[in-house]
Design a protein around this ligand. Structure first.
Ligand code: FES
Ligand SMILES: [Fe+2]
Length: 449
């Protein structure tokens, strides 16, 4: 019954690549009502979403004092701003006068915020700057100088988090990942180069579940078989966090021909700055060759953060689950931040939010890997923050073939989960991350956390 695939069985005990000891989360089959019932959704809104740290955005989106972005969760809009002293603060994006949203754009830079309704002004630290026609207010109404309402905010490894109820443990304790895990990728030095949001017709947890395993790859994404393994290393961390290491630059063990270097692997070599025509090895040797090539290139270009990354990290995707609703696909060149944002009041919909972060290297031999799937004219220098592209439900996006396959899949699973004939998910060891995630979710929903 056990599934113990390890991407590197020789990884030293203290290596972040080392397979974690298992956590026994039992073998229950959960009631599928959690995927569609309004009651379960309400329990999540009351007991889970306000209590956790939520990934609001990235620090590199707000490099200068006065820079801001907004983050929407449920019916809340949160305004995150860079302060004069370099710290980051978060406020409810709502005017204390009559509740208009203070920031109407998703990103921007200001000296102060001005509410568009009656022109009240607020400093970037949230305090009141001016009330229009203040003499027309009874002084007792404004004596407390109503400003923006602050909420808890903290940063980790270039990521900005907020906590709605203010009672979560300190962020550093709450992040279940070992020290250095996210920091080593230097996400703070990367820039958002694409930000896309689409509406998917299923519960947000169907989204999380689908991206938490590679068990479905041979069936839904058969085209991946020649460039990546579908047996991943699954690791569980405290507080519902988890990881899967997806080995790239090799063929799935299901492919009979493990020798021929075909188009997919040739692409991977080109992306790494290699010349596939001069490669004389077989397909099983590509992964190590790509790792060596990337290591040498990093040394040549002075990319010192590679020194903290294992060889495996240079090729593989460390798909990292941040409880409850984030997965970050970590690569040395860039990271993919996926957020599964619940619809405010429809348990059968969620927003799939995808931020592609890229580290620009100004060198003619270094270019954006094709697997990042960026449109041709994308500015990858980090000089312009791309606009948030919002696609309505059912719209076909250019996020790539694999994601389009997932959109269809998630819709189908969302519908099926509401069938009288479905008794609840039966999870294998390859789906251990999903069980780990739901187990943690239940601790909140049952009031244990
Ligand atoms: S609602 Fe903001 S100034 Fe009136
Ligand atoms: Fe998928």
């Amino acid at each position: 019954m056990s599934f113990d695939y390890q991407v590197n069985p020789d990884a030293p005990v203290d290596s972040l690549e080392r397979k974690r000891p298992p956590i026994d989360n039992g073998a229950q089959i959960l009631d599928p009502a959690r995927y569609h019932s309004p009651e379960f959704m309400q329990l999540e809104w009351q007991r889970m979403w306000p209590k956790v740290w939520l990934l609001a955005g990235v620090t590199s989106d707000i490099p200068e004092a006065g820079d801001y972005f907004t983050f929407e969760i449920g019916h809340e809009s949160i305004l995150i701003t860079r302060q004069d002293d370099g710290s980051v603060k978060a406020f409810y994006n709502v005017c204390p006068h009559r509740a208009n949203r203070v920031a109407l754009n998703t990103h921007g830079s200001v000296d102060h915020f001005t509410c568009a309704f009656h022109g009240w002004k607020f400093h970037c630290n949230g305090s009141l700057k001016a009330i229009t026609d203040e003499e027309t207010f009874n002084p007792s109404l404004v004596a407390h100088r109503p400003g923006l309402t602050e909420l808890r905010c903290d940063t980790h490894a270039g990521l900005v988090f907020v906590n709605l109820d203010g009672k979560a443990p300190p962020l550093a304790e709450w992040i279940g990942l070992p020290k250095g895990y996210l920091e080593n990728y230097r996400i703070d030095e990367m820039h958002a180069v694409r930000h896309v949001r689409t509406v998917w017709s299923a519960n947000w947890k169907v989204g999380v579940d689908s991206f938490y395993e590679t068990y479905h790859l041979p069936h839904i994404h058969p085209q991946t078989q020649t460039v990546m393994g579908d047996f991943s290393q699954y690791d569980l961390y405290p507080n519902g966090f988890s990881r899967m290491i997806v080995p790239l630059c090799r063929k799935s063990h299901r492919v009979a021909d493990q020798d021929t270097v075909d188009a997919g692997l040739r692409f991977m070599m080109t992306d790494a700055g290699m010349d596939p025509d001069s490669f004389t090895g077989n397909a099983r040797e590509v992964r190590a060759a790509v790792q060596q090539s990337k290591r040498a290139r990093a040394q040549r270009l002075g990319l010192t953060h590679y020194e903290k990354l294992t060889d495996g990290q240079l090729t593989d995707s460390w798909a990292t689950g941040l409880f409850p609703n984030v997965q970050i696909g970590c690569h040395p060149e860039g990271v993919f931040i996926m957020r599964f944002l619940p619809h405010p009041d429809d348990p059968k919909k969620f927003f799939y939010d995808n931020i592609t972060m890229f580290r620009h290297v100004d060198d003619p031999t270094y270019f954006v890997p094709a697997w990042m799937g960026l449109p041709k004219d994308t500015d990858v220098t980090g000089r312009t923050r791309p606009k948030l592209e919002i696609h309505p439900e059912g719209a076909v996006t250019d996020l790539g073939e694999v994601l389009n396959q997932d959109v269809e899949l998630v819709h189908s699973v969302g519908e099926g989960s509401r069938s009288r004939g479905f008794k609840g998910p039966i999870w294998s060891e390859q789906e251990s991350r999903i069980r780990h995630f739901h187990r943690e979710l239940d601790r909140y929903v049952k009031g244990e956390k």
